[in-house]
Design a protein. Structure first.
Length: 606
């Protein structure tokens, strides 16, 4: 028998302490004590929280820097209680996978983000003694997820006062917390990134509405809880695109952290390509006006040239060089350096040069520089929306008041007004900001309106980049159900402001051609886009597509439409064609995080 000590640094005081670590011969019987299932209980928090337990037995299944997971090799066969638990040792444990151990310690609930967070908690044993009874024990058989094993329920019900893993996906994954779990023949439904990879087990058989290119579509009332998020905390994950596969069996331990249950694989998986390629759209015909959206996601002169070239290719090859592009995610000339710089002429010059180098036409641009650090995004970056346009096919940008250059200078607080002129609409400022002083736009990008003509026909175009999700938006897999999303309330207010502007245009001319476009940061079925479309009588083009095609971004493996182009009734009646060009969201090596979109409108000259 070997006796030693386990040394660690106390979490709060920094003191160095020593705890007994005992290794016994394999034939020594384990002391009687609570089982792991007693610690976990049939619920989201342990019934033993705050109590000291002794002799909790299990086999070590995985080891991390500050603890290890263990699982009872003699399960009770009940799905309601987990047979695995995390043992917190504070420093790197000396145990290894396959050790049969008994643990003394205090049961606690670790909640990522702190006690007030909306995250769920992870049940732990804060170890005071770990006794190793044997080495080389067989690991407990993993629970298989998917078509040939346990299937996650189709909904997160959040029913108060009940715990039902058979009907509630939240409870289903909780009942597996800390246990060995297996996914077989998984298919990626989102690109790998930030140490995570969303997959569907069993090749996605029996899953919800699949995207046309292999993902899974987020729908109202269906958050696709059958998705499994793989994490790389214990083993490296390969770079995968949507539709790529992980053949065979891949095992890990199910953990929870910051809004999601994550399956931490214990061995690096093998990957097979699904052969996904980037899309292109067709070019606009001579009588068609093409208007597009593009997300640059923090473009600045500090952006690596290869990424600038890829973003340019999205416009030239992917969108076929549209006439007008509403661009979001453009930073000032010093990027995130917080030095008071607000203008972005160098940033945009680099993009336009890259477009020309990719074989595109000569583009020009219009924007309004924000006040320093007033419009959200990364500190110092001064994120803004921009109109990018070409004038060689019949489009003319109406500058009002006349500009000395391509930047309107300090017009950040000046609101454009709708003016009637013999029954026709014009704007007091083009480009001009829409209600920039309204509280709805506090700390975020202000929408930019422009007056343009297409072969003599006057149009009003509004570029948008609405508020992103806030840090206090509650997670889907959280302890408060249904989760609150205060950022959606902000976007609802923004929708009403933009709708009010569009209504003022159509009050002057009910047949005015209005296009509202950009990153609304909201799903097509959510309230903000619906409020804008309803109140302003606009048609939201993504919502007209079949569901398998309806996505511009992938968040946590859920494909969803966050970028929109909306048309007023007179333009909706014109012959038109809308396309989401899938070039970014599905790829691990993407230059931007959102797919660009384009509408081609057949408009007769006036």
């Amino acid at each position: 028998m070997f006796n030693g000590t386990l040394t660690f640094r106390a979490f709060t005081t920094g003191m160095v302490l020593a705890l007994p670590l005992t290794v016994l011969p394999a034939h020594t019987a384990a002391a009687a004590g609570q089982r792991i299932r007693d610690v976990q209980g049939a619920g989201h928090e342990s019934p033993l929280t705050g109590r000291t337990v002794s002799g909790v037995a299990g086999v070590v299944t995985a080891v991390t820097g500050n603890g290890f997971w263990m699982q009872d090799p003699r399960p009770d066969g009940k799905d309601e209680t987990s047979e695995g638990v995390f043992v917190f040792t504070r420093t790197h444990p000396t145990t290894v996978a396959g050790d049969s151990v008994r643990v003394d310690g205090k049961v606690s609930e670790y909640r990522p983000g702190g006690s007030s967070s909306a995250n769920l908690s992870r049940t732990e044993i804060d170890a005071t003694r770990t006794t190793v009874d044997a080495h080389g024990a067989a690991l407990p058989e993993p629970v298989r997820l998917g078509p040939k094993g346990r299937r996650a329920p189709a909904a997160i019900t959040g029913a108060t006062g009940t715990f039902d893993p058979r009907r509630d996906a939240l409870d289903f994954y909780e009942s597996l917390e800390g246990m060995r779990v297996r996914v077989e023949d998984a298919v990626a439904v989102g690109p790998s990134g930030d140490g995570e990879l969303p997959v569907l087990p069993g090749g996605g058989a029996g899953a919800g509405t699949r995207a046309e290119r292999g993902g899974i579509v987020l729908r109202a009332g269906d958050a696709n809880p059958e998705r499994v998020i793989l994490g790389d905390a214990l083993a490296a994950l390969p770079a995968l695109n949507v539709g790529d596969r992980l053949p065979g069996a891949n095992d890990g331990v199910l953990d929870y952290g910051h809004g999601d249950f994550k399956l931490l694989l214990t061995a690096a998986p093998r990957a097979e390509s699904g052969g996904l390629t980037r899309e292109t759209t067709r070019p606009a015909r001579s009588a068609e006006l093409s208007v597009a959206t593009a997300s640059m996601e923090g473009l600045s002169p500090d952006t690596p040239p290869a990424r600038v070239a890829a973003l340019a290719a999205d416009i030239v090859d992917g969108l076929q060089s549209p006439d007008l592009v509403t661009v979001s995610g453009v930073q000032d000339n010093s990027g995130t350096k917080d030095d008071g710089t607000v203008v972005a002429d160098q940033t945009l010059a680099e993009l336009i040069t890259a477009i020309s180098a990719a074989g595109g036409p000569a583009y020009d641009w219009r924007a309004i520089s924000p006040r320093d650090n007033a419009d959200g995004g990364e500190a110092g970056g001064n994120n803004r929306v921009v109109f990018l346009f070409r004038a060689d096919r019949g489009l003319t940008f109406v500058d009002r008041p006349a500009l000395d250059g391509t930047d309107t200078g300090d017009g950040s607080d000046v609101a454009t007004r709708v003016i009637g002129e013999n029954g026709r609409v014009r704007l007091s400022h083009s480009p001009g900001r829409i209600a920039p002083s309204d509280a709805a736009w506090s700390g975020t990008r202000k929408p930019l309106a422009a007056e343009v003509t297409w072969q003599g026909r006057r149009l009003i175009v509004v570029a948008n980049h609405w508020s992103p999700r806030f840090s206090d938006d509650q997670p889907l897999f959280g302890r408060r159900q249904p989760p609150l999303r205060p950022s959606e309330w902000r976007r609802e207010a923004q929708a009403r402001v933009v709708a009010g502007f569009v209504k003022s245009v159509r009050a002057v001319d009910k047949n005015a051609g209005v296009i509202v476009a950009g990153n609304l940061n909201e799903r097509d079925f959510a309230a903000p886009p619906k409020i804008l479309a309803r109140d302003a009588e606009l048609t939201d083009l993504p919502a007209t597509l079949p569901q398998p095609e309806r996505y511009t971004a992938i968040v946590g493996g859920n494909a969803q439409a966050l970028d929109h182009i909306m048309l007023s009734p007179s333009l909706r009646r014109a012959k038109h064609e809308f396309d989401i060009v899938h070039r970014a969201a599905e790829f691990a090596d993407r230059a931007g995080d959102h797919d660009p979109t384009v509408v081609r409108l057949e408009l007769p000259a006036r």
